[in-house]
Design a protein around this ligand. Structure first.
Ligand code: KG4
Ligand code: ZN
Length: 345
């Protein structure tokens, strides 16, 4: 296997198939993204109202080869110029991860270049490093996505230690489920955000779990139930259609406020506990404007440097696997025997 410090520029092809986006990116060791293809599986999952793991794996099978060819074409790079293959081998859906990891292994084997497996959740934080254009470590990292709500003590890009996380639903999952309850469709995050624009965030005082507790964990399932009870009090049947009116907008705005308040306060608690002065927030939910605004206000107030990814690096993508460049620079490669790690953060 070719390896060793490079004199010429290295180009890495990266594959992301952890959930419902099939994504391939090519970047170089200066963190310049040469191409980024994100093929949405929206039309496969829409009719089920959520991501179906088996369907996701099959859709990756259908979309991945095309995405790899597209990424090479967009980067105007012959495959012979690829120096390494990066892949997210977890966490995520097992079947979906297997498709991406198998493809990555085969490319690495065929080209005789190193494989670099990186953690999808850590890559979400690294997206902040990419958007910052400068080093952001050490920092507190917060990942808020459809599958995860986790706080990390990030010592370096390659050493992220979990401080706490959700004990039930992830923040994005709560957005998706509340969107379904409100009849706003899938994916729910952007739909709830749009609905909340016309609503009063103080209309309903929804529960904020662990808000006053000295622990760095989240819980969003009680909040989801509270929203359900606003729509249909216990014992009453849930209406088949939730009407688009002021009440629906108020529920969306109040729900969004509860999530945002909890996320921001726990991030500040983590900063206080670790003594760190930088915060990096990644994952699909950080596309939410209300969350971004509140993070900006509170970090400014508390003298914290805030790092957020550009919008196209928030939701799942392979470009953020440029985290692999950090491993590449230290000659840290992955054996071709590596397995998927569906539950490892
Ligand atoms: O990071 P991501 O693409 O996938 C996972 O790794 O899970 O995050 C997807 C999640 C979904 O739950 C989606 O509803 C949420 O991010 N999301 C949002 C917004 N855009 C996406 N949540 C709130 N507001 C948004 N604007
Ligand atoms: Zn993700």
């Amino acid at each position: 296997m070719k390896a060793g410090p490079k004199l010429k520029q290295a180009n890495i092809i990266a594959i992301e198939t952890s959930c419902d986006e099939t994504s391939v990116a090519i970047f170089n060791d200066k963190l310049e993204v040469l191409s980024s293809v994100v093929a949405s599986q929206f039309k496969w999952h829409e009719r089920f109202g959520g991501v179906v793991p088996e369907v996701a794996a099959r859709a990756h099978m259908e979309l991945l080869n095309k995405s790899i060819l597209q990424a090479l074409q967009d980067a105007e790079l012959p495959i012979s110029q690829i120096s390494a293959v990066a892949v997210h081998n977890g966490p995520g859906l097992a079947g979906a991860l297997l498709v991406g990891l198998s493809a990555a292994k085969m490319i690495a084997l065929g080209l005789n270049v190193p494989l670099i497996a990186v953690n999808h959740v850590h890559s979400h934080i690294y997206a902040c490093r990419m958007s910052a254009g400068k080093d952001i470590f050490p920092c507190v990292g917060l990942v808020v996505s459809g599958g995860h709500s986790i706080l990390f003590d990030c010592k370096t890009a390659l050493e992220m230690n979990r401080l706490g996380g959700t004990i039930d639903d992830a923040a994005g999952e709560a957005f998706d489920k509340v969107a379904a309850l409100l009849g706003l469709g899938f994916p729910g995050g952007p739909a709830v955000e749009r609905e909340a624009i016309g609503g009063d965030p103080h209309a309903y005082a929804y529960p904020k779990s662990f808000f006053y507790e000295d622990r760095l964990d989240f819980s969003f399932s009680g909040l989801k139930t509270a929203v359900l009870y606003t729509i249909a009090p216990p014992g009453q049947a849930r209406p088949a259609v939730v009407e688009a009116n002021k009440k629906r907008a108020d529920i969306a705005a109040s729900f969004q406020k509860a999530v945002v308040d909890v996320l921001v306060s726990k991030a500040l608690q983590a900063l206080q506990k670790t003594g760190l002065k930088r915060l990096a927030v990644g994952g699909g939910v950080v596309a939410n404007q209300t969350l971004r605004q509140k993070l900006l206000e509170e970090t400014k107030l508390n003298g914290i440097e805030l790092y957020l990814p550009e919008k196209n690096l928030c939701t799942d993508n392979a470009a953020m696997a440029a985290l692999s460049v950090e491993a590449w620079k230290q000659n840290i490669f992955t054996s071709l025997d590596v397995d998927i790690r569906p539950t490892v953060f």
